[in-house]
Design a binder for this molecule. Structure first.
Ligand code: FES
Length: 213
């Protein structure tokens, strides 16, 4: 029988299976924590978006909830001022390289960035950070997909599902630093046999940075 552990998140006591992921357990119990890169079956978590910060009693500073495994009773705050500061700064960083054109974007109203900005009660603006964009605006080199680098939040979900579903991986991160993009390789000519019947990367993208041609 699975052992359970009682944890307190924002004064709400919830009982979770020992070994559960804190972000997953919180979401499953109706406690929203902003997140972009977490995938339940991907362990250890990529923890790349740095949005899911929480305070955990006994830890010296905020930690990403997706990296916390519940092994013992915990007291967690998801709304502490330090947490909110980090989340807002993380969101502004993303928005400094994100083309905000919601009205023309297929993700409008189901976009995770919109959801997070609304939750944090901030606008979809980069604050004091200067905006920088990548060129070209659309990478159409894939025979079935178009990729929009200035929408992409580099959460890595598409790369992960591609790796999980196909023996011959198609999507991967390419370049470095600000220039990092999701790229495709291993495609010959107009053929992309593993992609033609697969929409996994499109479906998992939180911001419609990948769309079918
Ligand atoms: Fe935890 Fe992205 S969801 S760092």
């Amino acid at each position: 029988m699975t052992e359970s552990v009682s944890i307190t998140v924002d004064d709400k006591t919830i009982v979770v299976a020992k070994g559960a992921n804190l972000l997953s357990a919180s979401l499953a119990n109706g406690i929203y924590i902003p997140h972009l890169c977490y995938m339940e079956h991907l362990q250890p978590a990529a923890a790349s978006c740095r949005l899911c910060f929480v305070e955990v009693d006994g830890r010296s500073g905020p930690v990403p909830a997706c990296t916390v495994t519940v092994e013992e009773p915990l007291t967690v705050r998801t709304d502490a001022p330090a947490v909110r500061r980090l989340q807002k700064a993380g969101l502004q960083l993303l928005l400094s390289v994100h083309r905000v054109e919601c009205k023309n974007c297929p993700a409008n109203r189901r976009c995770e960035l919109q959801r997070i900005a609304k939750f944090l009660k901030v606008g979809l603006k980069p604050g004091k950070l200067a905006q920088r964009f990548k060129q070209p605006e659309i990478d159409a080199s894939h025979p079935c997909l178009n990729y929009y680098p200035n929408r992409c939040v580099l959460c890595g979900k598409c790369v992960h599902v591609c790796r999980a579903q196909h023996r011959d991986v198609v999507l991967t991160f390419a370049r470095r630093g600000f220039d990092t993009v999701v790229g495709c390789y291993g495609l010959s000519g107009s053929s992309a046999p593993s992609c033609r019947d697969c929409r996994a990367c499109i479906d998992v993208c939180p911001v419609s940075a990948l769309l079918p041609k």
